[in-house]
Design a protein around this ligand. Sequence first.
Ligand code: PMP
Ligand code: GLU
Length: 397
Amino acid sequence: MEYVSQRIKAMAPSATLAMSQKSNELKARGVDVINLSVGEPDFNTPQHIKEAAEKAIRENFTFYSPVPGYMSLRKAIAEKLHNENGLLYAPEQIVVSNGAKQALCNVILSCINPGDEVIIPTPAWVSYVEMVKLAEGINVTVPATIEADFKITPQQLESAITPKTRMVLICSPSNPTGSVYSKEELQGLVDVIKKYPDIIVLADEIYEHINFTGKFTSVGSFPEIADRTVIINGVSKAYAMTGWRVGFCAAPLWLAKAVNKLQGQYTSGCSSIAQKAAEAAYTGSQECVEMMRQAFERRRNLIVRLAGEIPGIKVNKPEGAFYLFPEVSSFLGKSHGDFKIENSGDLAMYLLEEAHVATVDGAAFCLPGYIRLSYATSDDNIVEAMRRIKEALAKLS
Ligand code: PMP
Ligand code: GLU
């Protein structure tokens, strides 16, 4: 007998992880696939962080940690938020979780009642809408166009607000577009939100350090809304620690307490060893972060230049994260051999099978007609992947 709950039946699987798995399966069968699907730094975790984990094992940090994380880690995070972002959160307002992913889901499940509306600017990372569905909330997507550099305007935000709006989500730098809201652009959104005191702002700042604008403004730094802003961040992207699974929320105390209760019933504190590694990441030298940022900026310049040489695709210039989100609608309706391209999902499959390059369908990010390329890979892989994509696209007619 198979019996899957409606809740899980209604959930879409993560397209980023699914495409990456497909690419790994092809690789295991001996196919030379270049994986531009999943978004994770290709660097190894820096040595001093790994050594902190080894030390943690030797020193027997092997017992349950407190549910919201070790106090020493929460203090290190509070200091990071203060020193780097100018934010005042006490350690008690911070809950460490299994990656930014769990931190986000914890906050959504802790705030959203059935029927509450969550405003999500799109294109948006694959998991937000599914988390809101899990909480039985209503996704209110607000579309941003490539012409607007994939950013929404204050007017768009205001017209999406209703008496049922409980939360506004802001992801900057953005997955999947790499767009970064400037301080002035954020101020425009804040000027709207401040008029609606019941709205919580959920700011996903996981790509904070992968930023090519030279400055980063945290959504938490606007005093008008600071007491109802939740910051999500973690070590996955900045310190090349995706597998360690450490992220956090910094939230109003009442919400941190609710998240703590939820996490205490369903996962407990995250890995004790990974927490000690994360503490070393936050308190140790930050040179590794800048070194990786520079590599991503160089690769951004490379992929944008190469994409510009491919007829039929249109790109913006991403200012952060490690994604390019080209518009590919000029290929819809075309075909090559048995391949007929009816939508951007077909195009992503065509690129996988014909060019052996794994990408993700823009529809997974709520914007069909686009695909996402992750350039968190070597310069050589980027050059070869773009050569293959150009060749495969040229065959479509
Ligand atoms: N938010 C965004 C926008 C992301 O791209 C990711 C990447 N998985 C996450 C959150 C989750 O990060 P983590 O690996 O820390 O769970
Ligand atoms: N955030 C990455 C991505 O978008 C990792 C995979 C995931 O968790 O979705 O590809």
